[in-house]
Design a binder for this molecule. Structure first.
Ligand SMILES: Cc1cc2nc3c(=O)[nH]c(=O)nc-3n(C[C@H](O)[C@H](O)[C@H](O)COP(=O)(O)OP(=O)(O)OC[C@H]3O[C@@H](n4cnc5c(N)ncnc54)[C@H](O)[C@@H]3O)c2cc1C
Length: 239
């Protein structure tokens, strides 16, 4: 599993003054655009986020975030680029691995399977359409012009082509050795022990049974914390 992302890029329109360019990192922009309450720049708190399980994560950056095209996190020339990124927080599509050899040093084939489920494609399409709409309205449109590949009439088929061509990893791959009953394809049990072995645990993002609805560094740290308790318990029970 992974959180696929896809972006829309805008460039400073000719004749915009340099002072109107976005010279700051994305946080200021996100605050200004998405937080509608406080004009004094007060940081939003949890109560402002009513949906505790949002299905899309959007962020804006003055870097070019287009790994499927022009590479990851390249700074635009003199901050002349704005990227809106949409990420699927709760993708339904699940990928798979194929071993190419019994030799553990040969890399497996990885099939990410993005947008296998139409619901994922629909969500991404809706989010990109909304991003484009925001970029094409003032005040953003007075400074930023959407790049030509999406600055035109687009059918849903066009959007699908764009999304399939431009999508990239968050990168949050996980769940390749999931914790689940063996009968359901699980590789480790609820104590993170690998089925069919003794004293072998897996402690990383690969044991997630489903992908968390958000970035996965903190959940990985929580798995590590829990595993340390499990190992300690087993050690004490043995002695
Ligand atoms: C560019 C990038 C940006 C990210 N940004 C964010 C973010 O902003 N927020 C967030 O929450 N998450 C982010 N992530 C995701 C997050 O960092 C990872 O999902 C998380 O680190 C996964 O932890 P892990 O322990 O499963 O794997 P890893 O952190 O990849 O750890 C695997 C470890 O195993 C070691 N290893 C590999 N092979 C062997 C071997 N054969 N023998 C011994 N050791 C081996 C590696 O050296 C590595 O130390 C980002 C990831 C990337 C790549």
């Amino acid at each position: 599993m992974d959180h696929p992302g896809c972006s829309i890029i805008a460039k400073v329109v000719p004749n915009s003054t340099s002072t109107s360019r976005m010279d700051y990192s994305s946080s200021g922009l996100e605050l200004g655009m998405f937080y509608k309450g406080d004009i004094n720049g007060k940081i939003p708190s949890q109560k402002h986020f009513l949906d505790e399980r949002p299905d899309i994560q959007c962020h804006a950056s003055t870097n070019i975030l287009d790994p499927a095209g022009r590479g990851h996190a390249k700074s635009g020339k003199s901050n002349d680029t704005l990227t809106f990124v949409s990420t699927l927080n709760i993708p339904l599509s699940v990928g798979y691995l194929e071993l190419r050899s019994s030799n553990p040093f040969i890399h497996p084939r990885i099939f990410l399977n993005y947008y296998e489920k139409p619901e994922d494609l629909y969500l991404m399409m809706s989010s990109l359409k909304l991003s484009r709409e925001m970029l094409k309205q003032p005040p953003l449109s007075t400074v930023w012009g959407v790049e030509s590949d999406v600055d035109k009439e687009m059918s849903d088929e066009d959007w699908e082509k764009y999304i399939r061509k431009k999508s990239f990893s968050s990168p949050h791959p996980c769940g390749t050795v999931k914790m689940a009953p063996e009968s359901q394809g699980g590789c480790v049990n609820h104590r993170l022990q690998v089925y069919g072995t003794k004293n072998l645990r897996v402690v990383d993002a690969s044991i997630f049974p489903t992908i968390p609805a958000g970035n996965i560094n903190a959940p990985t740290a929580m798995v590590a914390w829990k595993a340390s308790r499990l190992i300690e318990e087993d050690y004490k029970n043995k002695s």
